[in-house]
Design a protein around this ligand. Structure first.
Ligand code: ZN
Length: 101
């Protein structure tokens, strides 16, 4: 049973630079650089499940990485489909929110 997230995205969109923009349920606006976001993927292909070691690093990500799709998973996460054919990344709302200052 997943704890309910503290904040929920109200709007998931792109800004004029093509970066991911999320407007949260408390009206906070967060902008995410796509390449950095891709490098922060928490899936087992990108991050070792036991050691936490990053298996895919920022320099491994194409400069022109694009986000093809962002879909809600249940009521706790976004699933991203990336242009480098990576499709297994699920970013919890809490994790996305923690990346935003
Ligand atoms: Zn991944």
């Amino acid at each position: 049973m997943q704890d309910l997230p503290n904040f929920i995205p109200k709007l998931v969109t792109r800004n004029s630079q093509g970066e991911l923009k999320i407007i949260w349920s408390d009206e906070k606006e967060c902008v995410y650089n796509l390449r950095k976001l891709r490098a922060l993927c928490q899936c087992a292909l990108c991050r070792h499940e036991l050691t936490g070691e990053r298996l895919v690093k920022l320099e491994d990500i194409p400069e022109n990485i694009n986000l093809l799709k962002a879909e809600t998973v249940g009521n706790y996460a976004l699933h991203f489909t990336w242009s480098d054919t990576h499709t297994t990344g699920i970013y919890s709302f809490d994790y996305l929110r923690s990346l935003c200052n």
